[in-house]
Design a protein around this ligand. Structure first.
Ligand code: DGP
Length: 208
């Protein structure tokens, strides 16, 4: 059996990071070898350019930054694929769906945004953390980074819906992230335990 590729997507303030770490603990205690990835990965040279852009310390053309986010995923794609083939399950905090949703929300054509990510390793399961802008605001609102603005997040939410609708059922699930941590964690585990350790064969390619 190869490892299972699980992607957690969602809006800012949806609690992804906490849930990714709970999921890691639960998978480890069930005896599943697991590795976490997080995009953007700000530790690489490309990731540092993205970090500087997100913190508004540099300016870049919308298309140029889009391609940097994509390049950041491609530079880790081979590691992801190798780990999956070796039997390690991967939990990934954000992926190409954020790439398309955030850039298209800024006004770039959706199909143009999708094209450079086509061919990346495809997740076996994507869990979308949905939260209303009102609930996100109650959690302390958005922070200082460039995309943490309510109007933009509303458009991003709609675009995630468009991307998710393209998937067959079971491959993309939406979780109501406005509930308590415990409820969300239980829901995530319910979905994950249906697929983990049950996929085999070559890793599929995204959007091909
Ligand atoms: P995070 O480190 O998860 O808080 O993500 C940083 C911000 O970058 C967040 O507002 C979402 C956005 N983002 C993540 N991936 C991409 C991407 O591929 N393209 C664009 N344009 N934005 C992204």
């Amino acid at each position: 059996m190869r490892g299972t590729f699980i992607v957690i997507e969602g809006l800012d303030r949806s609690g992804k990071t906490t849930q990714v770490s709970t999921l890691q603990t639960w998978l480890e205690s069930s005896g599943t070898p697991v590795k976490l990835f997080k995009f953007p990965d700000r530790t690489t040279a490309i990731g540092q350019m993205i970090d500087s852009y997100l913190r508004s310390q540099s300016e870049l053309d919308d298309r140029a930054i889009h391609l940097l986010f994509t390049a950041n995923r491609w530079e880790l794609a081979t590691s992801i694929e190798r780990l999956l083939e070796q039997g390690t399950t991967i939990v990934c905090d954000r992926y190409a769906f954020s790439g398309v949703a955030f850039s298209a929300a800024k006004g770039l054509p959706l199909e143009w945004c999708r094209s450079p990510d086509a061919g990346l390793p495809a997740p076996d399961l994507t869990i979308f953390f949905d939260i209303s802008p009102e609930t996100a605001r109650e959690r302390g609102g958005y922070g200082e980074e460039r995309y943490e603005k309510e109007e933009l997040q509303k458009r991003v939410r709609g675009l995630f819906g468009v991307l998710g609708a393209e998937f067959e059922s079971g491959k993309w699930v939406t979780v109501d992230a406005g509930r308590s941590r415990e409820e969300v964690a239980e829901d995530v585990w319910r979905h994950v335990s249906k697929v983990v350790g049950k996929v085999d064969g070559p890793v599929a390619r995204l959007w091909i």
